[in-house]
Design a protein around this ligand. Structure first.
Ligand code: HH2
Length: 336
């Protein structure tokens, strides 16, 4: 039976002598939970790991769009849509979009993720021309005026092409490159990094009745298969970022299980992106019904991600998350 290896990162300055770096980054680990479907976890020593897993868990990640994956990054969310679940309608005008991108960059975002189609539960597909119309101008002005890598959040090859022409440098697809067969080829041709996210179902129906055998391992296997498909399509393995897709065809329990064991995805050997910001499960757990009031819960999840070695945190509240991360970092690792 397949074993999944979940490193148990240590925080703070006191680590055992045999601890090794997690993904070449800011955490170290010496113990790993060996997990199997339907069985109790077993904690094993890093010395007992299969060689390929040890390599995937420890090897430094290549830079993504020029950003060093040896430290946590904030990806600021910029939805140029009328209907996104949290910021819909606020950044539709090019001026509002660039101002928001500037504010997020000044607050510490090292990526800006621009999306022209909401993929919230129940959202309708946006025609390609309309999606291009929404994203092209903001991406061009952000990449001209600000020195921040822009990612294009789209499922469609035609939109990605225009966004890359306008200056985007990363393709982020919430369908895990399953929606439009041409998107992987475009990303390979243009030699840009990609983010492959897991989703069960499409936005219109995904929250109806999501089901898994074990969400952690089903998502892991999906991402592993997609990495193989994307490398076959010509995308360099070290330019693939993986994302478990919080809220995409997942119940609150599914989201929590994924977050608790998010470190298992390090065994894929790729940087991890986590997008939990203001999502519904935060409201379900806290009673914060309105998305804009979910900042504190979102910050808590982002800190958890950083403590598990997640390299890219996709957030709406950049200033607040950066402040929390700075304090967390100073306490755990010492004031620089
Ligand atoms: N979540 C959303 C959109 N894109 N991309 C990645 N890689 N990971 C995510 O978790 C993710 C994503 C949904 O959130 P948001 O963009 O805030 O809302 P909407 O889809 O309504 O525009």
């Amino acid at each position: 039976m397949k074993t999944y290896y979940r490193p148990m990162p240590r925080l703070g300055p006191h680590v055992p002598k045999d601890a090794v770096p997690l993904a070449g980054g800011w955490l170290r680990f010496s113990d790993v939970a060996a997990l199997r479907r339907g069985q109790a976890p077993e904690v094993i020593s890093v010395r007992d790991l299969p060689t390929e897993i040890l390599d995937h868990l420890t090897a430094p990640r290549a830079p993504i769009a020029g950003c060093d994956m040896g430290r946590p990054h904030l990806m600021g969310i910029l939805n140029v849509t009328p209907d996104s679940f949290s910021d819909g309608g606020r950044f539709l005008s090019p001026d509002a979009a660039i101002e928001q991108a500037r504010a997020m960059t000044e607050a510490g975002a090292t990526f800006v993720d621009v999306g022209g189609e909401s993929t919230r539960p129940g959202a309708q597909t946006v025609p390609v021309d309309e999606e291009i119309r929404r994203v092209e101008t903001p991406i061009r002005s952000i990449t001209t005026e600000l020195r921040v890598p822009v990612s294009i959040d789209t499922r469609k090859a035609a939109v990605a092409e225009k966004a890359l022409d306008a200056g985007a440098v990363l393709v982020n697809d919430v369908s895990g490159f399953t929606y439009d067969a041409a998107l992987a080829a475009v990303s390979a041709d243009r030699k840009v990094p990609v983010c492959v996210m897991h989703a069960q179902g499409d936005p219109q129906t995904m929250q109806a009745a999501p089901r898994y055998d074990d969400v952690r391992f089903d998502v892991y296997d999906f991402l592993e298969t997609r990495i193989a498909a994307l490398t076959k399509a010509g995308i360099a393995r070290d330019q693939i970022v993986v994302d478990p897709g919080i809220g995409f065809g997942k119940t609150k329990e599914h989201n929590l299980a994924l977050l608790r064991d998010i470190a298992v995805f390090h065994a894929l050997g790729c940087p991890i992106l986590l997008g939990a910001s203001r999502k519904k499960f935060i409201g379900t757990l806290t009673g914060a019904d309105v998305a804009d009031t979910r900042m504190p819960g979102s910050v808590a999840v982002a800190l958890h991600g950083a403590a598990q070695g997640v390299q890219i945190l996709r957030v709406h509240d950049v200033l607040e998350t950066r402040q929390a991360l700075t304090l967390w970092d100073a306490v755990e690792f010492g004031d620089p």
